[in-house]
Design a protein around this ligand. Structure first.
Ligand code: MLT
Length: 262
C-alpha cells in the first residue's frame, strides 16, 4: 500500500508527485485545498518517500495499479486524480487502466508524448549511474537547472535548496526503477482523446521540460474527445510549479475544482 497524507473532507482529490521527489511536492497545496472543502490525498509513489518499491519489472502501469489500490483502500470509487510531470504520466496510465475511477484529471507540467530514443537512453544511463553510486545526491545539481525556472533559481534560494535536499534523499533504487518505467511509457494522446471527463492542464511559464506546446497538445487531444478542458499558465514558474509558486497553483486548482468537482 502506498504511503499517503490526507487533509480535509469533501470530494476526493489525489495529487501525484514529480520525479525524483515525494509527496512533499504538494505540501503547500494540502491545507488551502483541504480547507476549501476537498479531501486532498497525496501519496508517495512506489519507492519514494515512505512507499516501498513493488516487485516486478518497472512500469507506470504498476504505479497506476498501486494508485487504484489506494483508492480501494480509501473506499473511493472515483476521485479527481492529478499529477505533476511523472505524476501526470501516472495519471495518463490510469486513463488506460482505470478510467472508471477518474472523476476528472489534472495534468501539471507534464506531456503526453513518449520519449524519443535519445531521451529514453539518457534515463537508462541515469538509472545505471545512481545504482552504481548507491545514492541520488550526485544527480541533483545536474537536474535543478531543468526542474526550476530561471526566476526561481534567481530569486528563491530556499526552494532551490529544498529541491536539492528532496532529490538527494530519494533512494537510488527508486530513482532507477522510475527512470526505467518512464523510458517505456507510450504516447498518451489517444488516451486523452478517449477520456471525455473534465481536464485541467497547468504549466509553469518557464517550464523547460514540458513547455506550453506540450500543454497545448494535451488540451487539444482532451477537447477533441469532448473533455471540458481548462489551460492555465503559472507566470514566473518552471517545471516544479507547485513548489515554485505554491499559492498560484493552489488558486488554479481551486478555481478549476469549483467547476469540475461537483
Ligand atoms: C518529473 O519532474 O517528474 C520529471 O521531469 C519527469 C521526466 O523525467 O520526464
Amino acid at each position: 500500500m502506498l504511503h499517503y497524507i490526507e487533509t480535509g473532507t469533501g470530494p476526493a482529490v489525489v495529487l501525484l508527485h514529480a520525479f525524483p521527489m515525494d509527496s512533499a511536492l504538494w505540501a503547500a497545496q494540502r491545507r488551502p485545498v483541504g480547507q476549501a472543502g476537498y479531501r486532498v490525498i497525496t501519496p508517495d509513489l512506489p519507492g519514494f518517500g515512505g512507499s516501498a518499491l513493488p516487485a516486478g519489472a518497472p512500469s507506470l502501469d504498476v504505479v497506476a495499479d498501486e494508485v487504484a489500490g489506494l483508492l480501494d483502500h480509501l473506499e473511493l470509487e472515483r476521485a479527481i486524480v492529478g499529477g505533476l510531470s511523472m505524476g501526470g504520466y501516472v495519471t495518463m496510465a490510469m486513463l488506460r487502466r482505470h478510467p472508471d475511477r477518474l472523476a476528472g484529471i489534472v495534468l501539471a507540467d507534464t506531456k503526453a508524448s513518449a520519449d524519443a530514443p535519445q531521451a529514453a537512453a539518457a534515463r537508462l544511463a541515469m538509472a545505471a549511474e545512481v545504482e552504481a553510486a548507491g545514492s541520488s545526491v550526485g544527480i541533483a545539481d545536474g537536474m535543478i537547472p531543468n526542474l526550476l525556472g530561471a526566476t526561481t533559481r534567481r530569486t528563491r534560494p530556499a526552494v532551490v535548496e529544498a529541491v536539492r535536499r528532496w532529490i538527494g534523499a530519494q533512494p537510488a533504487s527508486a530513482v532507477a526503477w522510475a527512470q526505467r518505467a518512464m523510458a517505456e511509457r507510450p504516447d498518451s494522446l489517444p488516451d486523452l482523446r478517449g477520456f471525455g471527463g473534465p481536464v485541467l492542464v497547468l504549466y509553469g511559464e518557464e517550464d523547460a521540460i514540458s513547455p506550453a506546446s506540450d500543454a497545448q497538445a494535451m488540451a487539444a487531444a482532451a477537447r477533441a474527445g469532448g473533455s471540458p478542458t481548462s489551460v492555465m499558465e503559472i507566470p514566473g514558474a518552471g517545471h516544479l510549479s507547485a513548489v515554485e509558486d505554491p499559492a498560484a497553483v493552489s488558486r488554479a486548482l481551486l478555481g478549476w475544482l469549483r467547476t469540475a468537482a461537483r
